[in-house]
Design a protein around this ligand. Structure first.
Ligand code: SAM
Length: 279
């Protein structure tokens, strides 16, 4: 027996829950996306159709199932050194300035707050190891977090297939930091994997700790959020930056939407945000 198709109000109810919980905003024009992304989840979990799955989630408090369904509706697209201009900016300007500022404490904290399968975090770790080897003796924290359990698991493993390992990754990094893994895949060295940590963190609902970061990468995630949710998350991000020289790095198509707590800094090829100085 086929289930009765979801009504617009059932889809809207489901999308509202998604937005409240994860921040991602979808409207009725995204019904096809809903079907395409939830079909594998509904098959995996033994539901007879996407409609049955969505209806169950609208009516019941199924935490695990909900997490899997919501995770399937987020976009995890990423690659090594995505936006090479940004990594040039980090190498030539942001990291050298940060190292100078932290010469006394010898402590640097970096957070990639929508890390997906880890390429962004590992790009940073490899760049630091190759170009700033002296930081080996510093207290260097590179944290990657994401709302999705499954991408965090992939990130932790640090193993990438041919396609992933060749997308965006300059040969020098591939040759220096990867070894052969099974099934023709490529594994990052322990040296690089040990430089980073990953955890599950929902930018919408998890409490930001008192930890303060010198650099926060929040890239290609807010673009999926409604303005209201973007404003809420940016407010928390501004508080998580260590000081007025600490930087927030967004994706190429993202901005702080005029949030007065941030100042836009221009580099010839990329822009980034710092915290407005008090007083
Ligand atoms: C398009 S990927 C971006 C990955 C990487 N930052 C980059 O730019 O290549 C967006 C990631 O944001 C995550 N995400 C979506 N909503 C989130 C939330 N509320 N909290 C944390 N991560 C979230 C998704 O799971 C996805 O992995």
């Amino acid at each position: 027996m086929t289930a009765i198709a979801l009504t617009d109000s059932e889809v809207t109810l489901f999308f509202r829950g998604l937005e409240r919980s994860v921040g991602v905003h979808l409207d009725l024009s995204k019904r096809d996306l809903l079907n395409a992304r939830l079909e594998p989840v509904s098959n995996r979990l033994g539901y007879s159709s996407v409609d049955t799955l969505v209806r169950a989630l609208n009516q019941m408090d199924l935490l695990e199932t909900r997490q899997q369904a919501y995770a399937a509706l987020t976009t995890n697209e990423t690659m090594f050194f995505r936006d090479p201009e940004l990594f040039e900016l980090l190498k030539n300007r942001l990291l050298p300035a940060l190292i100078k500022r932290r010469a006394d404490s010898r402590r640097i904290r970096i957070w990639s707050a929508a890390a997906s399968t880890g390429q962004e975090v590992y790009s940073l770790a490899m760049l630091i190891r190759l170009h700033f080897p002296d930081l080996k003796n510093w207290e260097l924290e590179i944290r990657g977090s994401d709302v999705s359990h499954s991408v965090i698991q992939t990130a932790r493993a640090g193993i990438f297939n041919d396609r992933e390992a060749s997308r965006g990754l300059p040969l020098i990094y591939f040759n220096t930091f990867f070894t052969k893994a099974d099934c023709g895949r490529h594994k990052l060295s322990d040296e690089i994997r040990n430089m980073v940590t990953f955890d599950r963190f929902n930018l919408m609902s998890d409490r930001f700790s008192n930890r303060r970061y010198d650099l926060i990468l929040m890239r290609n995630v807010l673009i999926y959020f409604s303005l209201k949710n973007k404003i809420t998350v940016l407010e928390k991000a501004s508080q998580a930056l260590a000081d007025a020289d600490s930087a927030l790095l967004l994706g190429g198509a993202e901005s702080v939407n005029g949030n007065p707590r941030f100042v836009m800094n221009r580099d010839p090829r990329w822009h980034f945000y710092t915290k407005k100085r008090e007083g």
